[in-house]
Design a protein around this ligand. Sequence first.
Ligand code: 13P
Length: 288
Amino acid sequence: MALVSATEMLKKAVAGHYAVGQFNINNLEWTKAILLTAQECNSPVILGVSEGAGKYMGGYDVVMGMVNGLIKDQNITVPVAVHLDHGSYDHCYKCMEAGFPSIMFDGSKYSIEENIAKTKELVAVAHAKGISIEAEVGSIGGEEDGVIGMGECADPAECKMIADLGVDFLAAGIGNIHGKYPANWKGLQFNVLEAVQEKTGDLPLVLHGGTGIPDDMIKKAISLGVAKINVNTECQLVFADATRKYIEAGKDLEGKGFDPRKLLAPGFDAIKAKVKEKMELFGSVDKA
Ligand code: 13P
């Protein structure tokens, strides 16, 4: 099956009361670690690509070349979606041209009228190409790749308006933020999530800012219709931590320990362990 849009995997997740993880990628090690773990866990997976990460990796064609190559050469057979994360209007078009099977249009910075107009246009273009599309209502707090959101909660009536445009899944702000949560964080606003789900029915809902949300909140969110959970910072933290330990232990100075294949191995293994832990928590293991 391998490269697919995210539509079917997320419909199945809603029906089966579990969530599929979106893990953001930054380079070859990240991508390979996530794909191999998804295959080992027999889990569907979504590779998230922010505009900044796409640029860092050399461009969207590089991303698609890398992912397609890994799927083929590493014999990945579980469903894999490559998804533009928090895309601007222009980059939605760039990614569709590069062959992304899934995009997110983040129109949360626009007025609801403009968000609706742009989302409507992009839904038509994406669906004509078999590409799935996520939209956002109520900005996700925190900072990601220069995109700063204040963390407003979504208005359920606005969610219904965007859902009715035919988007395949919807990110609704419910007090979640990107990056680490501050000590005084109030937690996810489940009353908002419930109100959104009441209006949007079976539409898969997306929880951004998956890093650091307590397990019981994750499970409750899944029970209320969350079918896609985005995780980025947590993989970055475990990668940095494992790499720091390797260098602090002086291992790069032993023998050929400076070889990038050795130097980056602990971080690679740490990402694999983190992704497996999340797939187990989200309930997507053996759901490929
Ligand atoms: P975290 O970095 O907080 O895990 O959020 C990831 C995310 O929501 C990507 O869109």
